[in-house]
Every structure is written in structure tokens, then in C-alpha cells.
Design a binder for this molecule. Structure first.
Ligand SMILES: NC(=O)c1ccc[n+]([C@@H]2O[C@H](COP(=O)([O-])OP(=O)(O)OC[C@H]3O[C@@H](n4cnc5c(N)ncnc54)[C@H](OP(=O)(O)O)[C@@H]3O)[C@@H](O)[C@H]2O)c1
Length: 505
């Protein structure tokens, strides 16, 4: 099935028109539509049950314990020919009719899967939220999206797309462990994981400053805001009953460490292209706000940082961009599978497991409920986002569906294409738009790394939207970044093993 699987992946992407900026070529991809948190997808032959006629898509998510859309305990999904994706978090946002990025990734993934895949293939999507109610609401909306698509295509898509929901709170390492155990006992493998959940820790806005800088410097201040106020020093609830337990930063654990532990624990589920449609992929969602000045190695958890959110996104950038360098190899290897228990090792061998490829991406700037605002202010925010786009900001994707363009492309692109694009060094891929709203994916400049870890002159389009004060990369800066990457990997691996011992995994 290896070769057939690969053919399938190629079919997924044929005929798409995505233009990857910074490259003198049209990249095949499915970037024309898009929106979603942790998702699991399967692509393959029809459902295991072998239904000749699919059940209708339910109006309401069925009871979780009996649902067809949840993997029943002990049930095995098909192995080969199946694409399984996990998206964490997935909120269909707040009281306002706003879609979060996780939800939008799911919708976009479904749309692109259906429009590009042969009908014989199926998709299994796993979404995570923090509680049952959010799972129920999100599933209802995703089913509605599927019904709508079914009506448009005059085809019952229930036979092609299955969705299950799970719960996890990333700030609880026990909860992360429980989810990984459940998935490892019920899934044949995992093809794509979107690490989307994110917590900003925003507490307010410096209104006077905002009232001055937004009208006088709109495009820049709406892209790199200088008026947000964040909580400092937030820590998670205790992870154990021990009194001398060290603190874990809430934002750090939500945005980086919870994901980090999850990926490590899910390692046995990642398999190679010979057993699946493709090698496993882990897609880390970052932000353009990970400025160099926001992160210091001495405060990796951002407990003293003015913005722990920006610090966590900078750390994400550093980790993933340096993850394929020789200097980080010993830590990355342990993280991605070498440092596992005997039983996990057996599991990996049994499934012909192999290390997943890790990718870094950001959605541009979308109007989600990430910054909680009352309705009127939310409308003002959307209006200023459009203004910034019309003034030439490439990053104002505005809708989360457009923001999902780059993450979904990374999930569906053929491995060969991604390998070629990252052959000279890893990139931070971003969803971007033209003034008229036409979507594309663009490499994003990262301070200390450039666009792919090379000292090189950037193309004019790669300089669009550059932050002030950022300059051409020098060799010394590139070397410092790589060394910082090695130190971050070392510290994080140290923290992981320390917590694994403390909790007793
Ligand atoms: N919106 C943008 O412009 C933008 C720009 C750059 C990057 N991003 C990134 O995109 C991702 C999604 O953001 P969004 O805009 O869609 O915001 P959002 O609507 O607030 O979604 C964030 C999701 O993360 C979940 N989450 C937070 N802490 C969690 C935890 N401890 N455990 C489990 N789930 C947790 C939230 O769950 P609850 O529903 O339970 O709160 C929420 O569903 C984030 O990583 C964010 O940093 C967004």
C-alpha cells in the first residue's frame, strides 16, 4: 500500500493553485479554502464497519459513549490508506459567532480533502476541547458544515469523513498523559497533529496608547501591537500532591510544554510512509509576535516576561527551526522516540514507527476570540484588520478560514515537496493575503534565523510586513540562534524527564 498511499497524497494536491511566496514556482496545494485546535484525520478505504449505505450526518452529536463518531474502546481503525489527524483545540468560539483557528482548520481540511481526494478515501478527524460542552458545540457545528457540504455536492459525506472529539487540558500533565494513553490504545497510528491550542494571558489594553498609535501608525500597530497588557507570572494548578513541586507557567504549559509532552507520549503512533499515506507530521502553530526580545533562556517559562505569550511563541520558533540541526540532534532524538519505555519501544517496533516531521506555521492575524472583546469592539477590530490589509499588510488574513491556509497546506502537501522546500533549512510558514484577499503561503522572517537559517538577501516580497528594527541576518546571529536552540532543547528535555519522574510515568 506504500506506493498507493503516496499516489493518494499526490492526488490530494493536484490542480490547486497555491502560490508560495518567496519561491519562483507554483506549489501544488489545497490552499484555496479554509478554518480549527488538536485534530486527527484518517484517509483511506471506507469505514471499518463496511456500511454499504452511510448513516445520515446527525443533527446533534450522538452520546459520546455510543457515538459512531468516537472510536469505540478497542476498535481498530484501518491501518494503511488512512490519514489520521489530531487538532488540539478546537473551539467554536465564545458567545460571538466567531470561528477559532482550530475549528477553521477542521473545516478547511474537510473541504480540501473532499474536493481533492478520490471517493474511495476517508478522513478521520479528532478534535480536542477542554470540556464536554465545547466538544458538543464544536461537533454540532462541524456536522452542520458536513451536511452543508453534502447538500452542495449531493453526496452523503458521512461515509468519507468521521469526526471524534476528546478532552484535554494542556496545563494538566496528567490530562495530557490520559489523552495520549487513550489514543495509543485505540488508534492504529497518527498522521498529522496540529498543535493549535494557545492561551494569551491578555488582561487588558492600554486604551490611551491604542487611541494614539492606531490612528497614527495603523498598519504597523495593528500588526505588532504595543498596547496589549498581559498577566505576569501565572502558574498552573499543582500537578501532583507534593508540596515542594516547582511551578509551571500557565502560558508556557498551554502553548509549549503541554504540546511537547503530548507529542513525546504520542511518538509510538507516528509511522512511516511505507505503512501510511505519509510519514507522521507535527504542525506547531506559532505567531508573528515571537520577537527576539520577548524571550530569555534564564526565564524559559516566561514567568517574569511582560508577555509570556510572545515568549512562548519565540520558544516554539527556536525549537522547531533548529530541530533538524546537528547541534540539537541528541535532544530531538530523545524527544522523538529514543527516550521511551520498553513497552513504548515495542509499540513503535510493532507499528513500524518512525519519527514525525515537525513544521512551524502561523495563521497571520485573524479575528478570533483570542483577544476577548465585546461585540462592538470586536467589529472595530475586524474593520481595522481590513484597513491594515488594504494598506498593504500581508498578514491580515482576517478570517480564520484564510488563516488555516498554511497549516492545512502543511498537512496535505506531498512529503517530497516539503522536503525540497526545507532542504536548505527549516522555515516558518505563514498564511498571508494580498490587498484583495487572495491567499497564499509565505516564508516568514524570524529574527536570528532569516527565512531558512541562511545568511542571504531576502526577496522584496519576503520583506513585506517586516518589523521595524529587524535587519539582514549576519553569520554571528545565525550561530547564536542555533546555540540558543541547542540550549532550549537541552533545558526542555531536562524539564520533560524531571516531570516524567515526578509524576511517575
Ligand atoms: N488569532 C490570531 O490572529 C492568531 C495569530 C497568531 C497565532 N495564533 C495562534 O493560533 C492558535 C489558535 O488561536 P485562536 O485565534 O483560534 O484563539 P482561540 O479561539 O482563543 O483558540 C485557542 C484555543 O486554545 C484552547 N486552549 C487554551 N488553553 C488551553 C489548555 N490549557 N488546554 C487545552 N486547550 C487550551 C482554548 O480552549 P478554550 O476554548 O477552552 O478556552 C481555545 O479553544 C493559538 O495557538 C494562537 O496562538 C492566532
Amino acid at each position: 500500500m506504500g506506493a498507493a498511499g503516496q499516489t493518494t497524497v499526490a492526488l490530494l494536491l493536484r490542480g490547486s493553485k497555491l502560490y508560495i511566496r518567496g519561491m519562483a514556482r507554483n506549489a501544488p496545494s489545497s490552499l484555496e479554502r479554509g478554518r480549527f485546535g488538536l485534530i486527527l484525520i484518517r484517509v483511506g478505504p471506507g469505514p471499518e464497519s463496511g456500511h454499504s449505505r452511510p448513516d445520515p450526518i446527525p443533527e446533534n452529536p450522538p452520546n459520546q459513549s455510543t457515538s459512531n463518531n468516537r472510536i469505540r474502546h478497542g476498535q481498530r481503525l484501518h491501518g494503511k490508506g488512512l490519514l489520521i489527524c489530531l487538532v488540539d483545540w478546537c473551539k467554536q468560539a465564545s458567545s460571538l459567532p466567531i470561528d477559532g483557528l482550530g475549528y477553521s482548520i477542521c473545516c478547511r481540511l474537510i473541504d480540501e480533502f473532499i474536493s481533492t481526494q478520490p471517493p474511495s478515501l476517508t478522513l478521520h478527524l479528532i478534535i480536542t476541547t477542554r470540556d464536554e460542552r465545547k466538544s458538543h458545540d464544536t461537533l454540532s457545528k462541524l456536522f452542520a458544515h458536513l451536511r452543508q457540504k453534502s447538500r452542495e455536492l449531493r453526496d452523503n459525506l458521512n461515509s468519507r469523513v468521521t469526526i471524534q472529539s476528546e478532552q484535554v487540558d494542556l496545563t494538566s500533565l496528567q490530562s495530557v498523559h490520559a489523552l495520549s494513553t487513550h489514543l495509543r490504545t485505540t488508534l492504529p497510528r497518527l498522521d498529522v497533529v496540529f498543535l493549535n491550542a494557545g492561551y494569551g494571558g491578555l488582561t487588558g489594553i492600554k486604551w490611551l496608547r491604542a487611541a494614539w498609535v492606531i490612528p497614527t501608525d495603523l498598519r504597523y500597530e495593528i500588526t505588532y501591537p504595543s498596547y496589549n497588557v498581559s498577566a505576569v507570572g501565572l502558574t498552573t494548578k499543582s500537578q501532583t500532591s507534593s508540596r515542594d513541586e516547582p511551578a509551571l507557567g500557565t502560558v508556557f504549559t498551554s502553548n509549549v510544554f503541554g504540546h511537547y509532552i503530548l507529542v513525546h507520549l504520542l511518538c509510538p503512533l507516528f509511522t512511516s510512509a511505507s505503512t501510511a499515506q505519509r510519514s507522521g507530521r507535527v504542525i506547531w502553530i506559532s505567531s508573528i509576535e515571537g520577537y527576539a526580545s520577548t524571550f530569555t533562556l534564564g526565564d524559559m517559562q516566561g514567568l517574569a516576561a511582560e508577555s509570556a505569550y510572545k515568549s512562548s511563541k519565540r520558544l516554539t520558533d527556536i525549537l522547531i527551526l533548529t530541530s533538524s540541526r546537528l547541534s540539537t540532534r541528541q535532544y530531538v532524538s530523545k524527544f522523538l522516540g529514543d527516550d521511551v519505555s520498553k513497552s513504548q519501544k515495542d509499540e513503535i517496533d510493532k507499528r513500524e514507527g518512525c519519527r514525525p516531521n515537525m513544521y512551524l506555521v502561523h495563521p497571520g492575524i485573524c479575528a478570533t476570540s483570542f483577544v476577548p472583546l465585546p461585540f462592538l469592539l470586536y467589529c472595530c477590530m475586524v474593520f481595522t484588520f481590513y484597513l491594515a490589509r488594504w494598506l498593504g499588510s500581508p498578514w491580515h488574513t482576517v478570517s480564520a478560514y484564510k488563516g488555516a491556509a498554511a497549516p492545512v497546506w502543511l498537512a496535505l502537501a506531498p512529503q517530497k515537496e516539503l522536503d525540497e522546500l526545507e532542504a536548505d533549512g527549516k522555515s516558518k510558514w505563514g498564511s498571508c493575503v494580498s490587498r484583495g484577499g487572495e491567499e497564499s503561503v509565505m516564508r516568514t522572517e524570524v529574527e536570528g534565523w532569516g527565512v531558512r537559517g541562511q545568511v542571504e538577501a531576502l526577496a522584496a516580497k519576503e520583506l513585506r510586513g517586516r518589523r521595524r528594527g529587524v535587519h539582514e541576518l549576519s553569520m554571528e546571529e545565525q550561530e547564536r540562534f542555533e546555540e540558543l536552540g541547542r540550549e532550549c532543547w537541552q533545558q526542555l528535555e531536562g524539564l520533560r524527564t524531571e516531570w516524567a519522574k515526578r509524576i511517575g510515568w
